[in-house]
Unconditional design. Structure first.
Length: 363
């Protein structure tokens, strides 16, 4: 029979007005093409183990299609050829597919309904990953606060071969300032993407384990640094910021905080202190946990301009007046012969000037 409209139809079959066994029965007629709705934990692959796929046959408008065992034909092709497979109708429009991959690689499941190829399912199977052989890739040594840190977990089996499927439950623990949250994405190809965002500067420790076993090389460490725009201007304390004296040690201490008021730990390459006013001045810089100490011994008097750079950006400058003779007060060797060569009033004037300058330097 042929129906012209979708809907529910009642079919009544009689012989000499006597209904046949199973009659009457209902038929629901839908529209569209046949399609499969398949589920299963190993639908797209996984470890080498028996696989069961559960499927339903429907039309495009979701109308169920009744099937029997003889209506279903399934083939599974693996790396070494065809794989034994069992199919069974389990309900009006439901069925199961069972097969067992023996070696790692790609498998193709082809499902035929009513003599027509309806769908193919591609799956990749491999030996289970061995934590001793799994590795971490693309993890940077240094990152910036507030930026997403991303790295890959690459799974490998006991033979060192790359695993090609997902489904593993990795445990990742990120420890550091601010206890950042992280997420793990299963890429379904034997790799897992881990992401987290450092909220403060400092060192972060990353532990990765599988089946209660740590991956080789863990824990991993990452250092998070600030950009200059994320910091407040440095705080400078100490007598050496206000004044200094020729020949005596002066010092000041620098501390830096982020916009949230947290102290920032600086290393040698993070900060630079320069001085304008004396080319011969040497600065001694030492680092504590959250501070930077600067010592200097001025050779000449005058105004010294100190400039503080953090992460390559000028963050502060200040002037320190230094007590004592200035470099311009030094009597050069050329001044004495000039005075001795002069005659008359010029000689007396040059000699008196030289005498006064010597007294000034001595004082």
């Amino acid at each position: 029979y042929t129906v012209k409209k979708p809907g529910n139809y009642k079919i009544d079959v009689k012989l000499d007005n006597t209904p046949l066994s199973g009659s009457p029965f209902n038929v629901r007629v839908g529209t569209g093409q046949l399609k499969l709705n398949c589920t299963g934990s190993a639908l797209k692959g996984g470890e080498l183990r028996p696989v069961e796929i559960r499927g339903k046959v429907e039309l495009s408008d979701l109308t169920p299609v009744d099937i029997r065992d003889e209506d279903i034909s399934v083939t599974v092709e693996g790396p070494s050829g065809n794989v034994p497979v069992k199919t069974k109708a389990t309900g009006k429009n439901s069925f199961t597919i069972n097969y067992e991959p023996k070696i790692g690689g790609s498998y193709k499941v082809a499902v035929t309904i009513f003599g027509k190829l309806i769908d193919t399912i591609d799956a990749i199977f491999s030996d289970p990953p061995d934590p001793e052989n799994c590795v971490i890739e693309d993890l940077p040594d240094t990152v910036f606060v507030g930026e997403t840190v991303s790295f890959l977990i690459i799974t490998k089996d006991s033979k060192g071969q790359r695993c090609l499927s997902g489904g593993e439950n990795f445990v990742v623990l990120v420890s550091g300032s601010g206890a950042p949250r992280h997420k793990i994405d299963d890429n379904r190809d034997g790799t897992y993407t881990v992401e987290f965002v450092p909220v403060r500067g400092g060192q972060y420790t990353i532990d990765v384990s599988l089946k209660r076993k740590k991956l080789k090389g863990t824990p991993y460490t990452v250092t998070a640094k600030y950009s200059a725009d994320q910091l407040n201007p440095p705080d400078v304390l100490g007598a050496g910021k206000r004044t200094a004296e020729v020949g005596k040690t002066a010092n000041f201490t620098i501390t830096v905080k982020d916009k949230s008021g947290n102290f920032v730990r600086l290393e040698e390459n993070d900060i630079d202190v320069k001085c304008e006013g004396s080319k011969d001045l040497k600065l001694s810089v030492s680092f504590a946990r959250t501070s930077v100490n600067v010592d200097y011994i001025p050779k000449w008097g005058g105004d010294y301009t100190f400039i503080i750079f953090v992460y390559g950006k000028e963050m502060q400058r200040f002037v320190v007046p230094v007590k004592g003779p200035k470099e311009t007060d030094v009597i050069t060797t050329s001044e004495v012969p000039q005075a001795s060569r002069a005659t008359g009033p010029a000689r007396e004037e040059a000699t008196e000037s030289l005498r006064l300058r010597r007294r000034t330097v001595s004082t």
